[in-house]
Design a protein. Structure first.
Length: 433
């Protein structure tokens, strides 16, 4: 085959998230001599789209409404897929697996690869529509996808138990770019300066959107216990809705009686600087598949403590600590065990953690795994006829391409709130924007 193979990636949106980050990293590393990628989003959220746009990757948005199966959006997707005439479609996450997979099979014989980036659907904390979507995907898993990729062994096991065709499932872990996620030596000093803290301040970080599954309540309760034993500990949190405008979070922190020791940075741009500034990164989730935050922090040479959900224990094996989910006392004890080690020991642990990521989860190796899978899927079926155009023009497709400068991938951060007992805001340095 002389031309690159056309691959369409369908995802709910390009908001901040693990699957979204993995998609962007994968697309940016596709061998363009072999693959011609296009990204289709169901919902208009382009928070992490800018690197794709800068690289000239076409992005189409179907403008569906969140949580609502919009027939017009489904029709737009069907028309887009017919015009794009891809050789292969990769869908990402439950809703896109269902909508993207079924629509693809309705309009063509193009093979579909599903992507699973979730594991435990905690019923009392999961939308009914999501549970219904997963159940529908289980029924379609024997007819719609050629292959099903889970980013975690835990996710594969749980989805198989829900009725997914286990014979079509395989695990390809998330990958990490060690040229981007690296140790930044002066990050702790910069953060102490920005926050106006003493030189002996120790940072315990949590990077997660405000979501019940991330269980910020357990993190905060654990922080109280850590503070009793580590007087210099400061708690730094970042992510979507991690700011004082989030009333639930603000009230939770005020109830601790030590709100000034919690620092809320909101969504930030320079995550390597954040991870490098931390003495310890914590994941307190009650549900995960393959948490990117652990691999990213480890790649930056930072020791991690996580709850035993998803593949967290596998990721941290030998290089971090694990605690039961929903158990603040155990989480705090694991954190204190790390923080009480001397600086040299923690540094060596961080170096070992980075080496573990490099050996097991390097992004280039993960990209090749995906591409080998795509090639095997395509070799099993007749190749579609070559389209007359490399990419349909905007007018013909009647769905506008996302253009440069239409998206601001980072929220405004000229003023970042630091949660304290007072009302003063703190201006963060450029290094963390």
């Amino acid at each position: 085959m002389n031309r690159p193979r056309r691959i369409v990636h369908i995802i709910n949106s390009l908001e901040f998230g693990g699957a979204e980050a993995m998609l962007c990293d994968l697309v940016l590393r596709h061998d363009r001599n072999q693959w011609e990628p296009t990204v289709v989003t169901l919902i208009d959220n382009m928070s992490v789209a800018q690197p794709l746009i800068d690289a000239g990757v076409p992005i189409l948005c179907m403008n569906m409404r969140p949580g609502f199966p919009d027939p017009r959006g489904v029709l737009r997707l069907a028309r887009a897929l017919k015009k794009l005439a891809p050789d292969l479609v990769q869908t990402w996450m439950d809703h896109s697996n269902l909508i993207g997979g079924v629509v693809t099979r309705m309009v063509s014989k193009t093979p579909v690869v599903w992507g699973i980036h979730h594991a435990d659907h905690v019923r009392e904390k999961t939308k009914k529509s999501t549970l219904m979507t997963v159940a529908a995907c289980a029924r379609f898993s024997r007819t719609v996808p050629k292959q099903i990729v889970s980013c975690s062994h835990h996710g594969r096991k749980l989805y198989a138990a829900r009725g997914f065709d286990e014979g079509r499932m395989q695990v390809i872990p998330n990958g990490f770019d060690l040229t981007r996620f690296r140790m930044i030596a002066d990050a702790p000093e910069r953060l102490r300066k920005d926050l106006g803290l003493k030189s002996d301040a120790m940072f315990v970080g949590m990077a997660a959107r405000f979501d019940p599954l991330k269980d910020h309540h357990t993190f905060v309760q654990a922080a109280l216990k850590i503070a009793e034993r580590i007087p210099s500990a400061q708690f730094v949190m970042c992510g979507t809705r991690i700011d004082r405008s989030n009333r639930e979070l603000a009230e939770l922190l005020q109830s601790t009686g030590m709100a000034s020791r919690f620092h809320l940075l909101g969504p930030i741009r320079d995550m390597p600087a954040f991870y490098s500034a931390m003495d310890l990164v914590v994941s307190s989730s009650i549900s995960e598949a393959f948490p990117l935050v652990l691999g990213e922090a480890m790649a930056c040479g930072t020791v991690c403590v996580a709850t035993d959900v998803g593949d967290s224990a596998l990721i941290l094996k030998g290089v971090g600590e694990i605690a039961p989910p929903g158990d603040p006392a155990s989480l705090a004890s694991a954190c204190v065990e790390v923080l009480r080690r001397d600086v040299h020991t923690r540094h060596q642990m961080g170096l070992t953690a980075r080496q573990s990521v490099a050996e097991r989860f390097g992004l280039d190796a993960v990209t090749r795994q995906y591409e080998r899978l795509y090639s095997r899927v395509l070799d099993d079926r007749e190749v579609l006829p070559i389209a007359t155009e490399r990419f349909p023009c905007d007018a013909e497709l009647d769905i506008p391409l996302i253009q440069k400068d239409e998206v601001n991938p980072w929220p405004p951060t000229s003023e970042i709130d630091i949660c304290s007992s007072g009302s003063q805001n703190s201006r963060m340095s450029e290094w963390m924007r």
